[in-house]
Design a protein around this ligand. Structure first.
Ligand code: DWN
Ligand code: SAH
Ligand code: ZN
Length: 408
């Protein structure tokens, strides 16, 4: 395990602003009765005083996080299916103009984005280290390489497939501490006029909404436009466009190109200004974020303890990776939340990492409905509340905690 003391990107001094203590791996669901020890690490976040990149202090070995049985399936949400269909259409219309143009996606998971590209009969390749989800994509007719994207993989893809017009990564680049190798790989694979596009949770939204549960082992970096611009320049690239997306509680899609290859869009300067005015990278802002995290814990615990003391039943909804940080940091176990309903087959029948709350199928949610449902998958609120509308019809109440604790 590497413990970072200097910025992973520029070598600058890191200022720690929150320590969640010992935390489990957010996607390591526990098999009941399994005697093997759970893996814990110290989850603490810091900002670089020089380039402002927010990053974890400890880097968990990638093979521990992204295993053959990685349980997250991107296609589990219809809203995300629509988001990635639109993303693919955007690439097909705007970037992949020549029939021979290639798009490479790393972190392609079950093929949620590449499915549209493959159905259009266009050249594509997914690079995905987790064999289970990679096989799910391959079963849909998508071309996938079961590997980690890094310099050697990218060089190999360049040699066998030729240059890529688009290199894309959703909720993946921020998961990779070794960005130097990724940028060297992008350099080896990207066509001269190609684009490297990635989208990840936006630190400004995390601060504004106190969505601290986005902080867990897999999320190594927390990007802002300022820190991504500095990172791209550091590795010999240029940030040419940014787009704010509503998915996963607020993300930014960054478009990076070779210097001078594209004219930067005015959105880049606009967001840099917004971040400056919002004082996103100032110590006082991060200190306020830290105290908001502590108050959220107190309020949510207070509410759940009251429910328990009054004999009300509370069930969780969505065994998200995020909920590992929330439950373990807030001390929420099966005494406060009796089980978590989740549609992912591989998570059902297991216990949540660290907090050991049983995970059951969504059918169990209605059998019978609880008094309260704590929505861990708050980023899918609309989709889930629509799907589970009978719960509220029967008098059930949703508990949300982003952007603040409230009962609906
Ligand atoms: O960054 C990451 C994102 C993209 O996915 C990864 N590091 C890991 C994972 O994070 P997460 O687990 O927090 O993602 P979601 O999309 O918030 O997870 C939603 C969970 O809720 C899944 O386990 C599926 C479940 N779900 C459900 O049971 N019924 C979701 C929907 C939409 C539903 O209707
Ligand atoms: N793009 C999908 C999946 C995000 S989950 C979506 O947005 O829903 C993160 C994914 O990144 C996992 O499937 C994980 O296996 C993958 N991943 C992690 N490190 C990677 C690397 N170095 N190269 C390629 N994929 C990686
Ligand atoms: Zn730095």
């Amino acid at each position: 395990m590497t413990v970072t003391l200097d910025c992973r990107i520029c070598g600058g001094t890191l200022h720690e602003f929150f320590d969640f203590g010992r935390q489990p791996l957010a996607d390591a669901f526990v098999t009941p009765g399994d005697a093997s020890e759970e893996f814990f690490h110290r989850l603490a976040v810091a900002m670089c005083a020089s380039c402002t990149m927010v990053q974890l202090l400890e880097d968990v070995p990638r093979e521990r996080m992204f295993r053959t049985d990685y349980p997250y399936l991107s296609s589990g949400s219809t809203a995300m299916q629509e988001h990635f269909r639109a993303t693919a259409r955007y690439f097909l219309d705007r970037e992949l103009r020549d029939p021979g143009d290639l798009v490479v996606e790393f972190g392609s998971n079950d093929g949620i984005m590449l499915d549209t590209v493959a159905r259009a009969g266009r050249r594509h390749l997914g690079v995905e280290p987790c064999a289970g989800v990679a096989q799910a994509a391959a079963a849909k007719g998508i071309r996938v390489r079961n590997a980690f994207f890094e310099e050697s993989t990218a060089a190999d893809v360049a040699a066998t497939e030729g240059p890529a017009k688009v290199i894309y990564a959703a909720n993946t680049f921020s998961h990779i501490s070794y960005v130097d190798s990724v940028f060297r790989g992008v350099d080896a694979l990207l066509a001269p006029d190609g684009v490297f596009v990635f989208e990840d949770p936006y630190m400004a939204d995390i601060i504004e909404r106190t969505s601290f549960d986005q902080i867990y082992d897999e999320h190594f970096y927390f990007f802002t436009v300022r820190s991504v611009q500095a990172m791209a320049a550091h590795y010999g690239f240029e940030l040419v466009d940014v787009e704010h997306l509503p998915v996963h509680g607020g993300e930014i899609r960054y478009t990076v190109a070779r210097p001078g290859a594209r004219t930067p869009s005015p959105a880049v300067a606009r967001y840099l200004e917004l971040e400056k005015v919002g004082r996103i990278t100032e110590r006082s802002t991060l200190d306020r974020f830290a105290s908001n995290i502590e108050s959220l814990r107190a309020t949510l615990r207070g509410l759940l303890e009251r429910c328990r003391d009054e004999g009300r039943s509370v069930v969780g909804y969505g065994a998200t990776a995020k909920s590992a940080t929330l439950t373990n940091y807030c001390g929420i176990g099966p005494d406060l939340v009796s089980f978590i309903a989740d549609s992912t087959p591989a998570k059902q029948g297991t216990l949540s990492p660290g907090s050991h709350i049983p995970v059951r199928s969504p059918e169990a949610f209605a059998d019978p409905y609880p008094d309260y449902a704590l929505l861990f998958a708050w980023n899918h609120a609309e989709e889930i509340m629509r799907k589970e509308s009978r719960f509220r019809d029967r008098g059930g109440r949703w508990i949300l905690y982003v952007p603040e604790v409230r009962v609906l």
